[in-house]
Design a protein around this ligand. Sequence first.
Ligand code: PEP
Ligand code: MG
Length: 821
Amino acid sequence: MIGIVAVSHSARLGEAALELALQMVQGGGARVRVAAGAGTDADGAPVLGTDAVAVAAAIDELAADCDGVLVLMDLGSAVLSAELALELRTSDVPVRLAPAPFVEGLLAAVVSAAAGASLDVVAGEASIALAAKSGQLEDPSTEAAPIESASTDRSGAVTRTVVVRNPLGIHARPAALIAEASAGIDVRLRRLPDGTEASGASLSRLLILGARQGDRIELSALGRDAEGALDRLVALFDDGFGEGTDVDAVASGSVGAHAAEAAPESPPVRAGDVLRGRGVSSGRVAAEAVLLAAPVREPDESTVVAPGDREAEASAIEWAAVAVADQLRARTRAATGEARAILDASRLLASDPELVAEAADVVRSRGRTAARAIWETSAAHERGLAALGGRMAERAADIRDVRDRMIAEILEVEMPGVPERDEPFVLVASDLAPADTAALEGGNCVALVTQQGGPTSHTAIIARSLGIPAVVGVIGATGIPRGAVVLVDGDRGTVEIDPSSSRVTEAKAASLVVPFDGEGVLADGRRIPLLANVGGAAEAVVAAASKAQGVGLFRTEFCFLDRADAPTIEEQVDAYRGVLAAFPGQRVVVRTLDAGSDKPLPFANSDAEDNPALGVRGLRIARRAPKLLDDQLRALALAAGAESALVEVMAPMVATVDEARDFAERAREAGLETVGVMIETPSAALLASEMLEVVDFVSIGTNDLAQYALAADRLLGELGDLNDPWQPAVLRLIGQAGAAGRRWGLPVGVCGEAAADPALAAVLVGLGVTSLSMTPRALGRVAAALAGVTGEQCDAAAQAVLRAATAVDARAAAAAVLNGE
Ligand code: PEP
Ligand code: MG
């Protein structure tokens, strides 16, 4: 803790400045002494001036329990007394005299010291305290202090977007509240869209932000309890820092008519806006947006239950746990597959005796209300999970879900959950709890959009198993106006608000699941097997029910996303058999672990990498951990031996012929006969012919092939136009691989998203592709497109796109050949 001595010529000025400063830290925690005036005159009236002895005494007093002392002075002449006090003091803690404005400096220093900052930081805060005022007055003669650099690696930071709702914006008091809520956590605030940034702990820099009512602020926090800090900050912003919120005023500035209904933590969005996130489940649909009910609010901390009432209060927790477990049990019975497993896990959590007993103890020992006790106990459990990182951290949503259900039960308020609708709708939420996502089964929800979440979140898993598009990590999602029509593109990761009616019609047509009769065949009778992409047994069952002719891509890494340790051979055999069993006697292409980049596995990718997409991912992991690959190949051979599916194995992220040869040797040694590699790098595409000298087939991963050919991160919605398989460079690379397959008479599959594009299917066939593997929902539409064209037309379309210079030209050229457009 840093102490502060305020040296003033006037006792009244010193005390008044102190009173103002202490108002900024209502929670206390600041140690401040005022050394003011030069005693009294003969009449007892205060004499203006400063007294070195009084300053030294104040320093010594603070030194007893402070790690350092900052001295602030009101007028230049006070500096002499302060300097003399340094000679007179008897203590030896570090002392710094700050050349800071007295009032602003004192405010900034007090807030920063109360947040536990070091002497350097507190002194720095005080010194730049005038910059905010200069900025407000736009005084060109006073350069604003440079804002703290944002150069720290913040890749693990969690972010939220909020709107400044109080009429006066971020002035001193809100800034102090922000600093208090950020204490001990690395929090940054960035004003959108201009990007001016401030540390949450710095009163001065927060003031320099100049944030006014209606401004959007991105909050980011790093490290332990980052989520907790953001929760506190979001609550402060939503509440207008206790100064009132004039939502209509916010809305009238720049937003549409629905703004006031939007969930508070995001700025409302307007018709025509396109929000971007991460597409985690493919498909395109357009439907009305329905926002998930507001989450349960944090129960009041200050209410203390009288000792005599605590037993009854504690028993409310037990009753709530039983009631919630019952509700979840009922929902579990109605659910199937992954949804059922997730609900069951939540039910177990609700009846977890440890959680219930700990919460009841908090009531008994500290007199917290039942609701508050559950809140606090869950927070501790949540932190424990967050500390484990990876997919365990994402399980924190399970705890929050059960917590909210129990609190709603106790407070007898509306249960959080998925609304029921008779019409198709897109569910929009900050994040989805497992029980929410599971409740979607069989309902009218046709797509999911969330503000939080990653590729392994429940939203992603459930959306994939339900076969509905989903986009997660969409900044601004909860600002989508209720009732707006949104077009969700799970492949590109975009959400268009109130798009044109032609786009809606097009998306609606695209979202219709055309039945598939189980055979991909051209008009001239040539067969093009249409296969499914799956990530586990549940998806394989869906795929088989959709009449997929086999599996063209089994993404094995999806089975183990939550594993901290490598799965055993037995566990792998079980997981693989689950998929193989769904396709007896049919082709199943199993891809070895494609860990890394957007799908890191804790047991396979230990080091942080600057460029993970270009790093040790996919087959490259075998360089470091050959046993991981050999064990997987063994497990797969065992699973293949136990099932009747025709198993083929392929490696992801192959770049050289040596890698392909090495992989083929290992796979064959493990007992797997049919071995292939994925064509995902331009190098592999250019060397496809040589690859096919050492493997039995290739399968083109157009998602990565486009990413690497165009040097455009496939996760960046902004670069969606580059990550387009219609880009001529990608088509020519596919053409190289297709030609190599024709030369050797060997299979060339496509298992990237391009395979699901009906307009591209014929082109791919013309380029030499012999099978297409896709999300099961797309099978019927691709089959229909192929059934209308002959092999000759496919070849002509391929020749036409190979001459195109742009993606637009390529599309037009194909349409001209195939549809006569
Ligand atoms: C691809 O890159 O096209 C592919 C099918 O693999 P993934 O999407 O799993 O990287
Ligand atoms: Mg890939």
